[in-house]
Design a protein around this ligand. Structure first.
Ligand code: TXA
Ligand code: MG
Length: 302
C-alpha cells in the first residue's frame, strides 16, 4: 500500500471518518490520525507505531465545544482554555462519554492552531493523533521525513502546511484539584501559569503514561556540549549556535525557534547518515528553553 497525498482537508476529514489512517500537519509536529470513535482504526495506530497499548492518545477537535459532549470541563477553567485555544497546548480532563482513550478515565484534547488541521477536523469529528514516529524515535516535522518512513503504512497524508514549532504541544492536566504542567512545549510554565495561577510543575513520568517510555531518540549517542569545550572525536555532528569547523555535519541556528524547528529533523537526518555521535549546545534562556532541554535530555537518557 502507498498512501495518497491529499490536498483537500475536507476529503482528508471524510476519509478519517470512514476509518482511514491519515497523517496531517499541525503547528507542532505531524499527527498520525484515526477517528476517535472508531476503535479499530485507533488500534491500528498502535500497531503502525509499535506503541505500548497503555499510552493514551490526544484527541484533536475543531473547537472546544466539540469535546464538551465527551468530557467534563470544570467551568472555572473554560475561559482560560478558550483563551489558549486554538494553539500548541493539550488539556487533560475527566472523560464523560465513551471515546477512545486506551483505557484511562481521563482524556487529553487539543484544538490545533493549524487552520488546515482544524478544517479537516470539521469533517472528521474527533481524531486521535500521536506524533508521527515509531515509538521512541524523534517526532517527524517535515513532509519529506514523513513520506520516507510512513508512506507505505498509512492510507493518506494531508499536505499543504509544515509544522512551525517542531516540538510537541504543552500538556496541562486539569483533571484533578490542582492543575499540573506535564510536558513543556511552546507555551512555557510561566505563560500557562498566568491562566492557571495554582498550576504545579510535575514530573511527567508519573502522570502521563507515555513518559515512562524511551522518547525522541536518534540512534546516535547524544550529549550536551559547552561553547568553549573541545571535541576530540572525528565523526561527530553538532547542533547549536557556534560553528564547529571539525564537525562532520552541523546545524547552526540563531535562536530557540530555529533550534526547536530543526532539532528532530536533524536527529533523523543524522541517522540516515549513520552518524553515531551528536553534540547539542544549550538553548538560549527564554522561549522554548524548557521544551528543547526536555527533548534533548530524553534523547541523552535513552
Ligand atoms: O503536539 C502534539 O501534542 C502532537 C500533535 C500531533 O498534536 N501529538 C503528540 O502526541 O505529541 P503523543 O501521543 O506523541 O504525545 C501525547 C502525550 C503522551 O505522553 C501521552 O501519554 C499523553 O500525552 N497523554 C495522552 N492522553 C493522556 C491522558 N488521558 N492522561 C495522561 N496523559 C495523556
Ligand atoms: Mg509522541
Amino acid at each position: 500500500m502507498s498512501a495518497s497525498l491529499i490536498n483537500d482537508p475536507k476529503q482528508a476529514g471524510e476519509r478519517l471518518k470512514k476509518g482511514e489512517i491519515i497523517i496531517f500537519p499541525t503547528e507542532t509536529v505531524y499527527g498520525l490520525g484515526a477517528s476517535s470513535l472508531n476503535y479499530d482504526s485507533c488500534n491500528r495506530i498502535y500497531k503502525i507505531k509499535n506503541r505500548p497499548i497503555d499510552n493514551p492518545l490526544i484527541i484533536h477537535v475543531t473547537n472546544v465545544e466539540s469535546i464538551l459532549e465527551f468530557s467534563y470541563i470544570d467551568s472555572k477553567y473554560l475561559e482560560s482554555i478558550n483563551e489558549l485555544t486554538p494553539g500548541p497546548i493539550s488539556f487533560i480532563v475527566q472523560k464523560k462519554k465513551e471515546i477512545f482513550t486506551a483505557g484511562v478515565d481521563t482524556l487529553a484534547f487539543r484544538v490545533p492552531g493549524s487552520r488546515l488541521a482544524r478544517e479537516m477536523l470539521k469533517y472528521s469529528g474527533p481524531v486521535c493523533a500521536p506524533s508521527v514516529n515509531f515509538s521512541g524515535r524523534p517526532s517527524l516535522t517535515t513532509l519529506e521525513d514523513v513520506k520516507d518512513e510512513f508512506l507505505d503504512l498509512v492510507d493518506g497524508i494531508l499536505v499543504g502546511e509544515e509544522p512551525e514549532i517542531g516540538l510537541e504541544s504543552t500538556v496541562v492536566d486539569l483533571s484533578s484539584e490542582i492543575p499540573k504542567y506535564l510536558r513543556p512545549g511552546y507555551l512555557s510554565f510561566d505563560t500557562v501559569k498566568k491562566y492557571f495561577p495554582n498550576i504545579e510543575l510535575h514530573s511527567e513520568i508519573h502522570l502521563s503514561p507515555g513518559m515512562k517510555y524511551r522518547h525522541y531518540s536518534p540512534n546516535a549517542k547524544v550529549s550536551w556540549i559547552k561553547n568553549d569545550e573541545e571535541i576530540s572525536e572525528k565523526d561527530f555532528a553538532f547542533i547549536g549556535f557556534h560553528s564547529r569547523v571539525n564537525a562532520k555535519e552541523q546545524c547552526l541556528v540563531s535562536n530557540n525557534r530555529e533550534y526547536a524547528l530543526n532539532l528532530f529533523h536533524f536527529f533523523v537526518k543524522m541517522d540516515k547518515k549513520n552518524i553515531s555521535r551528536i553534540y547539542c549546545e544549550m538553548p538560549l534562556s527564554g522561549t522554548l528553553f524548557d521544551a528543547i532541554v526536555n527533548r534533548i535530555e530524553k534523547a541523552i537518557n535513552k
